[in-house]
Design a binder for this molecule. Structure first.
Ligand code: IZC
Ligand code: ZN
Length: 413
């Protein structure tokens, strides 16, 4: 048996539970001073305070937290990690005020990344994504969701998903895979979107599900991309193949995405910058987790999603990066912690739940990760911070000092 003992934890802070926390429960955090955590074969078996018994020490690798803050490993519940190229060539256009959806309409944006992803080999995509994961891990992210959606044909969607599978287990960050063939209508189907819908429903979803390459299916429900009706059709087809449902809803315009998420009981709805009160009620009624992406609001210079209204309405809130080459070419979840606190006006405690337990629930892993409790995976971060307020207050530096994944020291900074 492999034992790891993390001792001398100044403050252990963690949400509690195996499901998403909503309303006032989102801000309820367990805080233990002078704590220690024992992991055996990658699972937490004991969380305690005060003196550590000799029995716990036996045969254990000891990690001294030096009186610092320890939280669960961060969970990034929304990324587009596997892609070819970047979109820095669109920077001047963006600075000149050309909107995100206009760039897409003219064949750039997502479609530019599709061209580069199709042209790239699986090996090249994998090495690029591996470098990003290395960076994420050092910033405290121990689990990450990643979407396809830059292939937009059977072969290249499967290629992206296979890259994700190959990365999962061959580096420390655990991955959850989402099929997002409905990320845009590819150029070759511009004049026959029905034919692309059929390809997604009849070929890409069944193939991804049959090969076990995806856990979730996501759709970009947005003006000029997929309507709420089209999104419903695609997501219901995905459900028939056993996939969990996610939806990019109300990112820029409210066209019924949140209402659809509530109606079909999606696991999560993403972005929600433009959500209406009706949309918020639909999420609450459908038990949908709101996955908010504050770094995208920052990068697109858009308003911040009304997180407080959602919390008041009893919608569990998760916060993620949205790492992608267009609307958020950044993967630092610590920065999202700062933004969630300052821009969403969430408390440090609510934010911690948003980037750990609620994020884990948004990707179907709340029973395994997202809190420091016996029975969960030993995924932890030791921070160069005395408490949660400090984590929300400092920004722009990497405060992670040691990252532990499944009981093993995965990175030290
Ligand atoms: O590549 O622009 N919003 N999809 C929906 C994205 C952003 C990713 C991208
Ligand atoms: Zn996204």
């Amino acid at each position: 048996m492999k034992r790891t003992l993390i001792t001398n934890i100044g403050l252990l802070a963690s949400p509690r539970g195996i499901s998403a926390q909503a309303g006032s429960a989102q801000g309820q955090i367990v805080k233990i001073r002078n704590a220690h955590v024992l992991a055996e074969d990658g699972l937490i078996t004991h969380v305690g305070a005060g003196l550590v018994g000799q029995d716990k020490m036996q045969g254990a690798v000891v990690i001294d937290a030096e009186g610092k803050l320890v939280t669960p490993g961060l969970v990034d519940a929304h990324t587009h990690l596997v892609f070819g190229g970047w979109r820095a060539h669109e920077m001047q256009m963006k600075l000149a005020g050309v909107p995100y959806l206009k760039i897409l309409e003219e064949g750039g944006g997502i479609l530019s990344t599709v061209r580069e992803t199709r042209a790239a080999s699986a090996g090249a995509l994998e090495e690029k994504a591996r470098a990003a994961l290395h960076e994420m891990l050092r910033l405290g992210t121990t689990t990450c969701e990643t979407k396809s959606g830059y292939g937009l044909n059977l072969e290249d969607e499967i290629k992206q998903l296979e890259v994700t599978r190959s990365l999962n287990g061959s580096q420390p960050v655990q991955l959850v895979s989402t099929l997002m063939a409905a990320h845009a209508v590819p150029e070759e189907y511009r004049h026959d979107r029905r034919a692309y819908m059929d390809l997604v429903i009849q070929e890409i979803i069944p193939a991804a599900a049959e090969k076990g390459l995806a856990d979730f299916c996501d759709v970009f429900c947005e003006t000029g991309v997929f309507s709420a009706g089209e999104s419903r059709e695609i997501l219901l087809a995905a459900r028939k193949h056993g996939l969990g449902l996610k939806i990019h809803a109300d990112e820029l315009t409210a066209i019924g995405g949140s209402e659809l998420a509530g109606e079909i009981g999606a696991v999560s709805a993403e972005h929600l910058i433009a959500i209406t009160q009706t949309g918020i009620s639909a999420l609450a009624k459908g038990g949908v987790i709101a996955c908010l992406l504050p770094a995208t609001s920052f990068y697109l210079d858009k308003p911040y999603a009304p997180a407080r209204d959602m919390i008041t309405a009893g919608v569990p809130v998760a916060v993620a990066t949205d790492f992608n080459p267009g609307s958020c070419p950044g993967l630092n979840l610590q920065l999202c912690v700062n933004l969630a606190c300052l821009k969403y006006k969430m408390t440090p405690e609510e934010v911690l739940t948003a980037v750990t337990l609620n994020a884990a629930a948004a990707i179907g892993l709340a029973e395994d990760i997202g809190s420091i409790e016996p029975g969960k995976q030993a995924d932890l971060v030791i921070w160069d911070a005395p408490n949660l307020d400090f984590l929300c207050y400092r920004f722009g530096s990497n405060l992670a000092r040691a990252i532990i994944k499944k009981g093993r020291a995965a990175a030290e900074i």
